[in-house]
Design a binder for this molecule. Sequence first.
Ligand code: MN3
Length: 209
Amino acid sequence: MINSTISEVFKLEPLPYPANALEPFIDQKTMEIHHDKHHGSYITNLNNAIVESNIDMEGKTLLHLFKNMGKYSSAIRNNAGGHYNHDFFWKQLTPKSAKEPAGNLAAAIRKKFGSFDAFKMLFEKEGLLRFGSGWTWLVIDDGNLKIGSTPNQDNPLMDIADFKGYPVLGIDVWEHAYYLKYQNRRAEYLSNIWNVINWSVVEKRFDRY
Ligand code: MN3
């Protein structure tokens, strides 16, 4: 049962590496503002919206909200998505990237897209096609790998998403993710992001599916 005296349902976890660890590909200032301010605000606003909407979160995860998102307000949609997506994003980045996937995921990518390079090209293209703010995803849907994108803070787990599936890789293409270093050059941000992907995290997501 929701207790209105509980002011924190969700909390901001620290980054799993120092804020400057992903330089030169993602700069320290961007990481600090993006994590502390943007992600922090999504969590504060989500906790407030849960109380205001009187949603019973006892024993429930964000997945419960995503499966029923059609019933909730845009504040819940934007901020629950914002919290989940950013948590997902930080955890799949690392300064010690293997630069390409291995194991089952590597084999599945080759089978579906022909090669890892062909996959990267399609993924970057999808990221450029997303007009305005949103996310680009690699998902598994019914056993198939698919590339797609969602607007704003939507994600493929939401019942109302126009692109659905189980996410294994998700890249933030909001300007706040790259503007300080790359300004309008989203293509350059996307081509550089491969230098900091934690493929072992992405592989584990794939293998868990
Ligand atoms: Mn963001």
